[in-house]
Design a protein around this ligand. Structure first.
Ligand code: KPL
Length: 304
């Protein structure tokens, strides 16, 4: 299958390597164009992939049968919208990122749009990707044009298992959103690994209460006890990890807070629901991001 993958971070490179191994005709797409990219991926079982993958070929983009977008939520519309007239209207676009709200930004698109969330864990250091834990990628159709594209799940599953197709992917995206609303900002506030959050059960319970309230207003099924068990399961399974938000913060990168807690707050406001604990965490993360921005620009000024 001819595929273009936009955004070549750790998870993007994992897909590039896995799809190339399966024999797919794949290219990467980078913000700053280059003709190829060295992809170096180390698998949990010790296997490795080290190859040059072609990039930024416009003809390949125009003739791709699938576009996979593996960017941070806040980069998606800026990266995709300038390319959109180059991508034929019947080419499916799969968005894989944490958080929600990008679909609303892309809403006028006529392309088949799919969304997905993944539990694979990978990180990158000195251009080497370490795939540290296998997981499941859940994908599904966002618009009616995408409903016929369920066979993509099997094709992707062959390359990087597990991939599951969902008829109601938004429910799955909400479940991931809840996990991220709890774990990500709390690990920033307490500057800790995911596992240490078990000491903050009162805060966790308040966040879940507010989310359940919003989900119920959205017409989504909620069961606080089940959600709580699910979240603690993920806290335990990822106990030794630093959340992506804490990693972004520590590396002076913009976080996905606007598309995680920010998205939840926006939905709450639309229903007239107040979310004091989520509001507090949102402002805490935004303030810390701002401090890093100020620090970066003061460094920049001192070099001028
Ligand atoms: O998705 C994650 C993230 O860090 O963004 C969790 C599930 C919280 C694991 O760290």
């Amino acid at each position: 299958m001819k595929i273009t993958l936009i955004g070549c971070g750790a998870i993007g490179k994992l897909w590039l390597a896995s799809l190339a191994i399966q024999g797919h005709d794949i290219q990467g797409w980078l913000r700053v164009a280059q003709s190829d990219l060295f992809v170096d991926v180390n698998e949990p079982d010790g296997r490795s992939f080290r190859e040059l993958i072609p990039c930024n070929n416009i003809n390949h983009l125009q003739t791709s049968e699938l576009i996979i977008v593996c960017l941070k939520a806040w980069q998606v519309s800026d990266a995709l919208l300038p390319l959109i007239n180059t991508i034929p209207e019947n080419t499916p676009i799969l968005l894989l990122h944490n958080g929600m709200g990008t679909i609303e930004e892309l809403a006028p698109l006529r392309h088949p749009i799919l969304a997905g969330v993944t539990t694979h864990a990978a990180w990158q250091e000195n251009n080497q990707v370490f795939h540290v834990a296998n997981g499941i990628t859940h994908i599904g159709a966002i618009n009616s044009q995408a409903q016929a594209y369920y066979p993509i799940a099997d094709i992707l599953h062959e390359a990087l298992p597990d991939v599951a197709w969902h008829n109601n992917i938004l429910t799955t995206c909400w479940r991931k959103l809840i996990v991220n609303c709890v774990i990500n900002p709390l690990t920033v506030e307490h500057n800790c690994k995911n596992g240490e959050l078990i000491q903050h059960s009162t805060q966790i319970s308040r966040i879940i209460d507010e989310i359940c309230h919003v989900m119920a207003a959205e017409g989504l099924h909620t069961d606080k006890a089940e959600l709580t068990e699910y979240i603690y399961g993920i806290i335990n399974n990822t106990a030794d990890n630093y959340s992506s938000m804490l990693q972004d913060m520590r590396n002076n990168r913009r976080t996905e807070i606007d598309y995680i807690t920010g998205f939840l707050i926006k939905q709450a406001r639309a229903h007239g629901i107040s979310t004091p604990e989520n509001d507090r965490l949102y402002h805490l993360v935004k303030n810390r991001e701002q401090q890093y921005d100020d620090f970066r620009s003061s460094l920049h000024r001192s070099w001028e």
